[in-house]
Design a protein around this ligand. Structure first.
Ligand SMILES: Cc1ncc(COP(=O)(O)O)c(C=O)c1O
Length: 466
């Protein structure tokens, strides 16, 4: 055991030292990785040292260095130091954090971290919470509570009677609805046909007038899904107005704040969340802006009893504890890892101010990156960041025969930048046009990362514009 772990320890220190200088994207392609990793299944196992040495050698070329400061793809954070270390401890202790009795320390750590998170986000302390695998399952958790509560109000016990014959639940939202919320709607049998996408205003926020009109004519139980930071532009809905309207009609408000909820920790951005505390459920992630390792989503529900009824379970062989938290009563999983330790550690390491500083720094650097890119010939800013997300696109020079239109030229330049490996930025479609998404989420991103990224685009574009 000692030698096996020593290899990983030494490799980890070396990796952390080198990661910033490595190409940000994976070095090898699919075929090479298959060749490297695909051993025939053997009857007899091999020494653990050999396994780990070979795993490092074989997998390393396929690792995306997303913990580096120049990874601006999707919405991905890195690892703050204590969170990474706590993650190692989580594997070392290998707790089954389903029940209090199977891991008292992880139950209490989750409970404490859950309280801290509610404080950080301004969510009422008496709301329930769950540590989930990600925002996807946080949506599932929240919406399963919504389904329970809304149908119970209509005299239907969905846990017992299922959905066949139940009153239909209508979902009102905007075009910003993230696919993970849509998928939770599918998982819960609510049906995508029951989603009604309402009009947005010029800032792409859901229109209060449209919501009012829709709820006025609606005869069914309803959920309104609002956005706290959409993934292309970082748009926040007007929670103050929209939640008040929704509650007038006795409907449930769910907020997707996968990363946007973290704006609550910044004096400069918390105004974007005004009124958000009045929602019925909230879903967010730690593995984005808190910079903790993956498998860290959080769900919060105002109606504690609906949350509990939707997810709790009893079996004779389980030992439930009176007065202590059994996490499996609040999450969709049965056995589960003690994922709360990493969040607990990160919040202690950073404190409220440290978290707010990560938010402010990311937003500042995102704005700077977009501003600098906008000065390069051929780059057009499509959406200035509201927080840490923004969009640009690439305009082809007149004589560019292979990619004469902005959409294909944009994809072409995105690929050229990826091939250079200096920074990782991906594409998206927004308002019918292809754009490059910029998302700054990593605690380690600094001015130097921004300069290096801009310089690479300058070199790429100058080839076509000089
Ligand atoms: C706005 C939004 N909601 C939900 C998700 C899904 O989060 P997860 O991947 O943690 O399930 C994402 C992921 O990027 C997101 O940006």
């Amino acid at each position: 055991m000692e030698k096996t772990l020593e290899i990983v320890y030494k490799y980890s220190l070396d990796y952390l030292d080198r990661v910033d200088d490595l190409p940000v994207n994976a070095i090898s392609g699919k075929n090479d990785l298959e060749r490297a990793l695909e051993y025939p299944l053997q009857d007899r196992g091999i020494d653990s040292v050999q396994v780990i040495e070979q795993l490092i050698a074989d997998a390393e070329q396929g690792i995306v260095h997303s913990t580096s400061g120049r990874f601006f793809g999707w919405v991905m954070g890195g690892n703050v130091r204590s969170a990474l270390a706590a993650e190692w401890l989580t594997s070392l202790w290998d707790q089954n954090a389903a029940l209090y009795v199977s891991s008292p320390a992880s139950a209490i750590a989750e409970e404490v971290a859950g309280k801290w998170l509610k404080e950080l986000f301004g969510i009422p302390q008496d709301a329930s919470f769950a540590f989930t695998t990600g925002c996807q399952m946080a949506h599932f958790t929240c919406l399963s509570a919504a389904r329970n509560a809304l149908l119970e109000r209509n005299g239907w016990d969905v846990e017992k009677s299922g959905l066949f014959g139940a009153p239909k639940i209508k979902i009102f939202t905007s075009e910003l609805l993230h696919g993970s919320a849509l998928r939770a709607i599918r998982f819960l049998g609510l049906g995508t046909d029951n989603i009604e996408y309402l009009e947005t205003n010029n800032d792409r926020q859901l229109s209060p007038e449209a919501l009012c009109e829709a709820l006025e004519t609606n005869q069914q139980p309803a959920i309104v899904v609002l956005q706290a930071g959409d993934l292309n532009t970082g748009t926040f809905d007007d929670f103050d107005k929209l939640i008040a309207i929704t509650h007038q009609y006795n409907a449930w408000v769910h907020i997707d704040g996968a990363f946007g909820l973290w704006a609550a920790t910044s004096e400069n951005f918390k105004h974007l969340l005004k009124g958000c505390e009045n929602a019925d459920s909230w879903a967010t992630d730690g593995h984005k802006w808190l910079n903790v390792p993956y498998d860290s989503g959080y769900a919060f529900v105002r109606n504690v009893s609906a949350h509990y009824k939707a997810l709790s379970i009893r079996a004779s062989y389980l030992t439930h504890s009176d007065g202590a938290r059994d996490q499996m009563d609040w999450t969709p999983e049965w056995s589960r890892r003690a994922r709360g330790f990493a969040t607990y550690a990160a919040i202690r390491e950073l404190g409220r101010i440290g978290i707010g500083q990560i938010i402010d720094k990311s937003c500042y650097l995102c704005a700077k990156l977009i501003e600098e890119l906008g000065k390069i010939p051929g780059i057009e800013i499509v959406s200035e960041p509201i927080i840490n997300q923004g969009l640009v696109r690439f305009m082809p020079p007149k004589n560019h025969l292979d990619h004469p239109d902005p959409n294909s030229f944009t994809d072409f330049i995105i690929q050229e930048n990826l091939d250079k490996g200096m920074s990782f930025l991906g594409g998206t479609e927004w308002n019918g046009i292809r754009c490059m998404r910029i998302s700054v989420c990593n605690w380690q991103t600094n001015e130097d990362d921004i300069s290096k990224t801009v310089q690479t685009f300058r070199e790429i574009l100058y080839k076509y514009y000089l």
